[in-house]
Structures are given as structure tokens and as C-alpha cells.
Design a protein around this ligand. Sequence first.
Ligand code: SAM
Length: 322
Amino acid sequence: MIVDRQGRRFRNLRVSLTAACNYACTYCVPDGKRLVAAQDELSAEAMVRGVGYLIEAAGIERLRITGGEPLVSPKLEAFLRGVSPLGLADISLTSNGQLLSRKLPLLLESGIRRLNVSLDTLDPVAFRSIARGGDLPTVLAGLDEAQAAGMRIKLNMVPLRGQNLDQVLPLLDYCLEHGFELRFIELMRMGHLARDGNGFQRQFVGMPELLAMIGEHYDYAQADAPVDATALRYEIPGQGFFGVIANESVPFCRTCSRLRLSSTGWLHGCLSSSNRHYVGDLLDKPRHQALPALQGLLVKALGDKQEVAFSGGVTVMKIIGG
Ligand code: SAM
């Protein structure tokens, strides 16, 4: 097992199935272009081999399928079929939910029981101006269907000053009513936001402000979370839970166990590092050749992790998944 001096190792793999997305969220995609898959994306079969090799070489235990938008990818079915038998402790998926109704039978057949759905607002007008794609009623209908089918659902919201701060409480109320766990994700200095410090500062809302807003309406107490969890979890007694992924306010680099594989075959050990390591060519090689080479790259990828705090990264989120 590859472990660094801080005792960190890779346990959680995020695979970005495609860079294509049917949204173009303002904080993720600077130019508003949608549905662009990278030209040299890996096949589903190569990605499945990659996951298998990473389970062996890095000790990966849990997989999250992300993107881009994983539900737009024609590779989804073959990828799910390939990774289901690999013996992972958990396979989950992050989606914007726009195609959730349509893909629900496939997800259920493949054994997926946990979904994170990104939803930044319940206001249809703000939804259009933030997501720049899709429509709100379709997402809400998909959430209802998924829940009725037994999916455990978390909602991800990125609070943005001037765009959706008035939605913090409505979204929390909606999640508590529906039994969804809401995750507030502090805006990260990624992609164009890393270059445009002013834009980041203007929009950023930190955990203390969020908790103060929530505290005016609800009593809450900190709840337990796994040691390598990215979210701080809170319980509103008798009503439910919410979480905050506080990259800036309470950095979690010291316990980070995440590894990312992009749709074009690059390994990323840290969102805050511009280093990446190409493994696409190794995935066509037999196991005895691929694994030793992969081990060397994993040592480098683990070395890319920040010691203490996230400090931004030029990589665009839709390329490597959230
Ligand atoms: N399309 C899927 C979705 O919408 O969930 C998966 C990919 S998306 C890149 C994954 C998550 O990253 C979303 O919850 C999104 O809000 C979040 N995200 C993207 N850019 C971000 C940024 N700069 N700061 C914080 N979260 C970001």
C-alpha cells in the first residue's frame, strides 16, 4: 500500500466518465459552452480496467462516478456493468439530475443506491442563470422518482453571493421535508475562479456565515462523520442532517483520501495541484506490466496532495469531476 508521511493513502476514487455536460454552471464553465466531450476520451472498457488496476495498486475501496455529467455519457451502461462486479465497498454517482428519471432503471439495475444531486436553487429564474442548461421541474421530478425507488440522496449546493444566498434556507427546508441530506459546498478557486481572484472573492460565502444563517432558524449540533470525510456534518434534532464541505474555512487536506481519474486518462492526486499523471496508455497493457508502472505514478500523485490547505487549482472541475 502506498502511504505518505502524513499517513494518507488513496481509498476513494472519483472517475469522470466524460467532460461533456448538459449544464454550463457559471462557477464551473467560464464560457458557457456545453456538451463538449474531450476528443480523446477513454472507452468504458479502458476505464473499467483502470478502476480494477487502481483497486489493486492503490487499495481503492469506494468509487464515485462523476463528470462532466455522467448521465449524458453513452459509456454509462458499459461502465456500470464493468465496475459492478469488482468488489468495491460502495459505488455512488454525482449528477445534476436532469436525466435522472430516464436513467433511473439503469442505475437501479446496476446496484447504485446512493446519489448526490447538484441543485443550487429552487427558484426557476435563478436556476436558468446559474446552470445555463436544463430545467428545474425535471430535476425535482427525477428526485421524487429516485427517492420513491429507494435511492439515498444528498443534494449539493454551492452558495454564491448575489445569486442564490436567499436559497440556503428554502433548500434546507426542502431537503429536511424530503429526507435528503443537504451539502453546502464552499466555492472553490478552480479553473477560471483561480485566475480571477476578484470574481471568487465577490461570490464566496464561508461556513461561519452559512451556519449563522441556519442558526437563526434551526438549532443544530455537530454530528459524527468518517475521519476522511470532506464534509462537517450537523444534526437538526428530530428533523435531519446537513453538511458543509468547507474547503476554505476548515481545510481537510490532512485526511484526504481521494484520487481522481479523468475521462482522458489522467490521474489527479489533488484538486489544488496542476500536476497530473497519464495512465491512459497503461490501461491497454496486461496487469503484470501495468501495475508496477501505475505504482510509480501513484507515489507521485500522492505526493501532489497539499500538506494542510487547499489553495486553488487551474484545473476545470468539469474535467476531473467534483
Ligand atoms: N454534473 C455533475 C453535477 O452537477 O453534480 C457532476 C460534476 S460537477 C463538476 C460536481 C460538483 O462540483 C457539483 O456539485 C458542482 O456544484 C461542483 N463544483 C463545480 N465547480 C465548483 C467550484 N468552483 N467550487 C465548488 N464546487 C464546484
